[in-house]
Design a protein around this ligand. Structure first.
Ligand code: ZN
Length: 342
């Protein structure tokens, strides 16, 4: 069954199914949770379950009728999506108006329509305003689903008209099964699950040799005795740009590098107290130990705090170039300037 592909979100499914069975399915839901945990896939399966020609159970798709096939292929005439265009940081008002106009039309195939706002974090004042009328008076038979990283950052006018459904990061077992479903090789699974942070999308982005090349370059670079800020910034930026113009994919890449740096600093801390770090070759271990000796435990701990802050800024849609620069500054500033150094 289609829902089998959705891992780790049994609670949201249970509550939506209960509402559906009671005839109380809402007309607007805000799916709130971190990037890459499966909110979009969930919305797709929900649309499929609602539009299926031969549902085998309540809020369950057959996954074989023409309607299911169309939802799966993204060609169903009664399912729409709007998202931030590549290279943009806001949901443009024109795109939102078009989305609302399509939502207002009668369903083509059946009695329902499903509209998904994939980047609800990116509403600006005018596009949010354009969206409000549709949200306040949803067309009969329509369901709106907004996907967002954090419910608390939504405009009150939007938030107050949606039922919030929370999506948590996935547990390691669920991440592992998503990765296995996607054909990730067994010898990479452990490490990818560890670096995934509960986000299968993040782990899948890591399943790429180019990522490991850039990891080596950046980790070696920031832990070198005299880090070259300009070269590191360039390498990191090229990697980010390599995701294409899709800002969500760029965010994933920036966050991946932050994750690598966190991993390296943690390893350095472990080595500095004489603990073992499995999987490091001798050269890498020596480099990290020297790095730990140069900075000292306080500054390493401070770096971890700064990296956590940087990751939070990636989530909050701060400008990526500024995040990259501020992280690299932490690594490249002379030790004497660090508040906790010495
Ligand atoms: Zn079906």
């Amino acid at each position: 069954m289609a829902w089998d592909r959705v891992r780790g979100h049994d609670a949201p499914l249970k509550s939506l199914r209960a509402a559906f069975e009671a005839g109380r399915l809402g007309q607007a839901y805000l799916f709130a949770g971190p990037d890459g945990v499966g909110k979009r896939l969930f919305a797709k399966e929900l649309a499929k379950a609602l539009l299926c020609d031969r549902p085998p159970g309540p809020l369950t798709a057959c996954d074989s009728c023409p309607a299911c096939a169309q939802v799966e292929a993204g060609t169903h005439p009664d399912v729409f999506a709007v998202r931030t265009p590549p290279g943009k940081h806001d949901l443009p008002i024109e795109d939102v108006r078009e989305f609302c106009a399509r939502m207002a039309m009668k369903p083509t195939r059946g009695g329902r329509k499903v509209g998904v706002v994939e980047t609800a974090d990116d509403f600006n004042a005018s596009s949010a305003n354009a969206f409000l009328k549709t949200l306040e008076e949803p067309p009969p038979g329509s369901l709106l689903v907004l996907l967002a990283a954090d419910a608390d950052r939504q405009l009150p006018t939007i938030l107050s008209r949606c039922q919030v459904v929370r999506f948590a990061p996935l547990g390691p077992a669920d991440v592992r099964s998503v990765l296995a479903d996607n054909g990730v090789e067994a010898d990479r699974l452990d490490r990818l699950v560890r670096l995934a942070d509960g986000s299968p999308a993040r782990a899948l982005a890591l399943n790429d040799d180019a990522v490991w090349t850039v990891r080596q370059k950046l980790v070696d670079g920031v832990t070198a005795a005299r880090p070259n800020f300009a070269a590191l910034a360039r390498a990191w930026q090229e990697f980010t740009d390599g995701a294409g113009k899709d800002t969500a994919a760029q965010r994933v890449r920036v966050s991946l590098v932050v994750g690598f740096l966190v991993e390296a600093v943690r390893q350095a801390l472990r080595l500095s107290v004489g603990a073992d770090v499995p999987g490091l070759d001798a050269g890498e271990a020596a480099r990290l130990r020297a790095f730990a000796d140069r900075l000292g435990p306080d500054r390493l701990a401070d770096l971890l705090d700064r990296l956590a802050e940087a990751d939070a800024h990636v989530d909050r849609r701060a400008q990526l170039v500024l995040i990259v620069e501020s992280v690299l500054e932490q690594f490249t500033k002379p030790a004497g300037l660090a508040p906790a150094a010495g």
